[in-house]
Unconditional design. Structure first.
Length: 227
């Protein structure tokens, strides 16, 4: 016989659901790109590099020897940044409130600062203040993304914000809903769907911690005495 959950037990089970998620923000989900040869003061006299051969994926935080730097916003001389035609950002960097913006990228060659009009990239300003770039393969070789050595400053990191949600209510019919498979998996799936329906991203993690499958219900206590 299946024992029904009391309201107290239902509240206990819900409170044991562990829910947390990190905002899907490139400011906290990036790869550090720290190549000293990308510096605006490094020539390509020894080895010519080309970013077209890099398998770019996602967002990158540009650094030089552990310090935050940004792409140059003005023309860079040829044969610098470890390549023939250095790539610079054709436009200013965004402010924090601007969010993600798209910027054109140029490569200097043949006395033309934008001889190579490379593929546009996306840029975002982050708390700190540092920048993240969604680098993509340049239009040709030999081109590399530059790191402006004059903008180098100590890196500052902020913890990724974690949001918690409360107030989602689900009705359970029995303890089996959260203790036995496949009911347990169905409950977790339905609970996650409910959170997503409230606007949370699908990459949240919902887990049920170990709970007791039985609840002892003690008989009511009667005080001793005579009627």
């Amino acid at each position: 016989m299946t024992s029904l959950l009391s309201p107290a037990l239902l509240i206990t089970i819900i409170s044991m659901i562990s829910l947390s998620f990190v905002i899907s923000d490139p400011c906290y989900n990036y790869t550090v790109l720290d190549d000293p040869w990308r510096s605006t003061n490094v020539s390509s006299s020894l080895t010519r590099m080309c970013d077209q051969s890099v398998k770019w994926s996602g967002w990158y935080r540009l650094m030089l020897l552990g310090q935050d730097v940004r792409m140059p916003e003005s023309c860079v001389g040829i044969n610098l940044c470890g390549t023939d035609a250095p790539l610079w950002l054709s436009g200013i960097h965004p402010e924090l409130l601007d969010g993600i913006v798209t910027r054109e990228v140029c490569g200097n060659w043949n006395s033309d600062c934008c001889h190579f009009k490379s593929n546009p990239i996306r840029v975002k300003a982050c708390p700190g203040v540092y920048y993240v770039y969604e680098f993509v393969s340049p239009s040709s070789c030999y081109l590399t993304y530059c790191a402006d050595i004059s903008t180098a400053k100590p890196a500052v990191n902020f913890p990724a914000p974690i949001k918690h949600l409360a107030g989602l209510r689900m009705r359970l019919s029995s303890a089996n809903d959260v203790t036995q498979l496949p009911n347990r998996d169905i409950f977790v799936s339905q609970f996650k769907d409910g959170l997503v329906g409230k606007g949370l991203p699908r990459n949240i993690t919902v887990q049920l911690k170990d709970i007791s499958t039985e609840k002892k219900i003690l008989p009511p206590k009667h005080s001793s005495g005579t009627c």
